[in-house]
Design a protein around this ligand. Structure first.
Ligand SMILES: [Zn+2]
Length: 172
């Protein structure tokens, strides 16, 4: 297992639509192990493959609290197949948009269909924090970031801030 580099705003790859996984093999399982290690190291509670520059529809999630046993969830080709009408608002952050947080309103509950790491098709009902994280990560597989759910004003401000920082970095 290895910790991989997480790409950050304004890296254009974050806007890619990831491609579905065809074959679940050792390389894919190794990728998911790396993603989990990278996520725990960050630390974070969800990570999509595109955040480590792999444009595949793969997501890992673990919303276990610190005092609980780790509960890693690996989602291959995840798809939100149902959302509740009821919404809830959580403060979200993103490992690809470091140190920025914003309130995002999303469906309070959702159902995600996916393949597990043996290739079996499964569905999972999500609520609370898990529902938020799963929707956030599935957004990543479609090139969507949580800042897209904020007002245009807020989004433009944060994109500008990260673009400026990037310029300073490359000038240095
Ligand atoms: Zn994210």
């Amino acid at each position: 297992m290895a910790i991989r580099d997480i790409i950050t705003l304004p890296d254009p790859r974050l806007r890619l639509e990831s491609t579905p996984v065809g074959k679940i093999d050792e390389a894919l399982r190794a990728l998911m192990d790396d993603m989990l290690q990278t996520m725990y190291d960050a630390p974070g509670i969800g990570l999509a493959a595109i955040q480590v520059a792999v444009a595949k529809r793969v997501v890992v999630v673990d919303v276990a609290r610190e005092e609980e046993e780790p509960n890693p969830i690996r989602l291959i080709n995840p798809e939100i197949v149902w959302t509740s009408e009821e919404t809830s608002t959580h403060e979200e952050g993103c490992l690809s948009i470091p140190e920025f947080y914003g309130d995002v309103e999303r469906p309070a509950r959702c159902r995600v269909a996916y393949l597990d790491d043996t290739g079996e098709r499964r569905e999972m009902d999500c609520e609370g924090l898990l529902a938020t994280v799963v929707q956030h990560e599935v957004d990543h597989t479609n090139g969507v970031l949580f800042i897209d759910h904020l007002s245009k004003l807020k989004r433009d401000r944060i994109v500008k801030k990260f673009s400026k920082a990037k310029k300073r970095e490359s000038a240095a």
